[in-house]
Design a protein around this ligand. Structure first.
Ligand code: SF4
Length: 259
């Protein structure tokens, strides 16, 4: 256990934790786009910047990659920190003006316009702010790694290998779920799920035998099946909704045993 100081208040922290994690736990408001506690910190969006006053290398640094240390003292809203955040938010606002999360953060910091070039907001892929959350969720949580950074410099994007349809994507939608910029476009059409952003990778959807609704891609159902989650044969081809209703009905209707 170590003691660190954030905004002149002392907090206990576990060795190995980063400053952002401690701040979130303690209710200290630090903005971020690319952080998720369950994923490895990456420091890509730079919004979680704090100023180290003492106990570490003085200056500005990202709090998600700053490990706690005894006596570490940081400020989360110093003049320099706020100034950098405002410029970053201007940049993100120009790249992803449709993102509610970015708009809310910009408003909070008094940023209502951007000096940077306005990018085509109708092209969803172009709204990407390269935070890499989608890459990490696909790799670290799912173990699939269907997407990654591609290209260099200003033409860097997140894409499938060779900018082609993916042969490994399972169409789970986790990447779309974590994207803070609303830059990933996935939609269902008839019995198919189309990953528009991932070069129109298209996967077959499975139909629930009871509701006759398509509920997940066949590949996702296969993956869940391979994780040794034991469903009875009868429950295997039902959607999660139907499964829960059936399980609840069975529980309620089962004759109670007299003990
Ligand atoms: S939909 Fe495809 S790319 Fe997105 S997280 Fe799932 S497997 Fe990865």
């Amino acid at each position: 256990m170590v003691v660190i100081s954030i905004n002149e208040k002392k907090y206990k922290a576990q060795e190995g934790e980063n400053v952002l994690k401690v701040a979130i736990r303690e209710g200290i408001d630090i903005p971020y786009l690319c952080y998720q506690e369950t994923l490895s910190p990456y420091g890509a969006c730079r919004l979680c910047m704090v100023e180290v006053i003492s106990g570490g290398k003085p200056g500005l640094t990202t709090s998600c990659t700053l490990p706690v240390a005894e006596g570490l003292t940081v400020e989360t809203e110093s003049v320099e920190v706020v100034q950098v955040r405002k410029v970053l938010l201007e940049l993100y606002l120009s790249e992803a003006p449709g993102s509610q999360k970015i708009r809310e953060l910009a408003k909070k910091y008094g940023v209502d316009r951007s000096r940077f070039t306005h990018i085509d907001v109708t092209a969803k892929g172009d709204r990407c702010v390269l935070c890499g959350l989608c890459v990490r969720v696909c790799d670290e949580i799912l173990g699939i790694g269907a997407i990654n950074y591609a290209g260099r410099g200003t033409s860097t994007s997140i894409n499938t290998p060779w900018y082609d349809t993916s042969s490994v994507c399972i169409g789970c939608g986790a990447c779309e779920y974590v994207c803070p910029a609303d830059a990933i476009d996935i939609f269902d059409q008839d019995d198919e799920r189309i990953m528009e952003t991932w070069n129109k990778t298209t996967l077959k959807l499975k139909e629930c035998e009871e509701s006759m609704k398509h509920f997940a891609t066949e590949r996702l159902v296969e993956l869940v099946g391979s994780k040794n989650i034991s469903f009875t044969r009868e429950l295997e081809n039902l959607s999660p909704d139907a499964k829960m209703r059936k399980a609840a009905a069975e529980f309620l209707l089962k004759p109670k045993r007299n003990s």
